[in-house]
Design a binder for this molecule. Structure first.
Ligand SMILES: Cc1cc2nc3c(=O)[nH]c(=O)nc-3n(C[C@H](O)[C@H](O)[C@H](O)COP(=O)(O)OP(=O)(O)OC[C@H]3O[C@@H](n4cnc5c(N)ncnc54)[C@H](O)[C@@H]3O)c2cc1C
Ligand code: FES
Length: 302
């Protein structure tokens, strides 16, 4: 039988709770959104904006660390929550960047917010990319559309510790030139020697474009990779995975070094509600980043 708690006991629990530090509170109550101020907003495309957020509680802000590939639950008070990948590198202390497409109720209201407005954050949640395991190897990253958001966190983290990696190749495909995100940063990186970055667009109708044209898989003809020393990660629309993995296999890449990230409808983000379940896995805690073998064993995932 459930224990019924009396008024005195409830008051004691409340007092105990109030003595906890922000960090302990954050760990104990994973459902609590922590207020965060929007410190900058950058328009990336007609539908995507980059939001820089700063958690208001200094203790929570200091305790917040993540690995590339993890996500937060973003709340708009009175509207709801949405899972969003963290775009900034773990080394970016004190600020969290989210690259958000206006897709519905939460993200639509977020897009109307101004600098200085307050939103809520829970997290970070989920399993990110195996950054430590990837060290010492060449890296091949393939992004399609909004998939660049979580990969940007990984790219920036690799950039911070560039000496720990071999060749780094990044292939990024967008539908058309106006949808290429972080374009100026990437165009700058295209001239650097420490990244081999190739951008492509499916068509060039909306803006002038002097780069590659065609789907991202076409870029595999242009790259040389050492299959025995390369870790690969893919993030993009589900339709892309099968074809990109086929190209990776043609290059001889090992399945156990290919990682994918999945987006599934989520609610709690912490393995309680079952909304994100695919096969026998909870994408929110077992993923969103999965090794190829794990993903291949999840019924309907690919
Ligand atoms: C792990 C993970 C990471 C993610 N990372 C990112 C990220 O970095 N950036 C990002 O932008 N998104 C990301 N997403 C996707 C994002 O979570 C969803 O787009 C978000 O849940 C949308 O929430 P919402 O309340 O704004 O939309 P909802 O209102 O819940 O709408 C969701 C869907 O319904 C459709 N819809 C909504 N309203 C209508 C309507 N009136 N008529 C017809 N269709 C409608 C929308 O087109 C949309 O596809 C991620 C998802 C996951 C699971
Ligand atoms: S979102 Fe609730 S279990 Fe994954």
């Amino acid at each position: 039988m459930d224990k019924i708690i009396g008024a005195n006991e409830t008051e004691q629990i409340r007092r105990n709770y109030e003595t906890l530090s922000g960090t302990e509170l954050m760990k104990r109550n994973l459902y609590r959104p922590w207020p965060a101020r929007i410190t900058s907003i950058t328009e990336l495309t007609a539908t995507e904006k980059l939001f820089e957020l700063r958690l208001i509680d200094p203790e929570v802000r200091e305790a917040f660390t993540h690995t590339a590939g993890q996500f937060v639950e973003l709340s708009i008070f009175g509207v709801g929550e949405a899972p969003i990948s963290i775009s900034s590198a773990p080394s970016k202390q004190g600020f969290i960047e989210l690259c958000v497409r206006s897709a519905g109720s939460v993200t639509g209201v977020l897009h109307d917010k101004q600098c200085g407005d307050i939103v809520g954050l829970r997290g970070p949640f989920g399993r990110g990319f195996p950054f430590e395991e990837m060290k010492g190897h060449d890296i091949l990253l393939v992004a399609g559309g909004l998939g660049i958001a979580p990969l940007k966190s990984l790219i920036n983290h690799i950039h911070d510790e560039r000496h720990a990696f071999g060749n780094v190749t990044i292939l990024y495909g967008s539908k058309n030139p106006s949808e290429v995100m972080f374009r100026s940063q990437f165009e700058m990186w295209q001239h650097r020697k420490d990244f081999n970055l190739i951008l492509t667009v499916d068509n060039t109708e909306d803006q002038p474009w002097d780069g590659e044209v065609g789907v991202v898989t076409k870029l595999f003809n242009r790259i040389d990779i050492d299959p025995n020393n390369t870790y690969a990660a893919i993030v993009g629309p589900p339709v892309m995975y099968k074809f990109v993995i086929a190209e990776m296999r043609k290059k001889g890449l090992h399945f156990d070094r290919i990682y994918v990230s999945f987006e599934r409808a989520m609610k709690c983000g912490i393995g309680k509600c079952g909304h994100c379940m695919v096969g026998h896995q909870y994408v929110c805690v077992d993923g969103p980043v999965f090794n190829y073998w794990e993903a291949a064993n999840i019924q309907g995932a690919m």
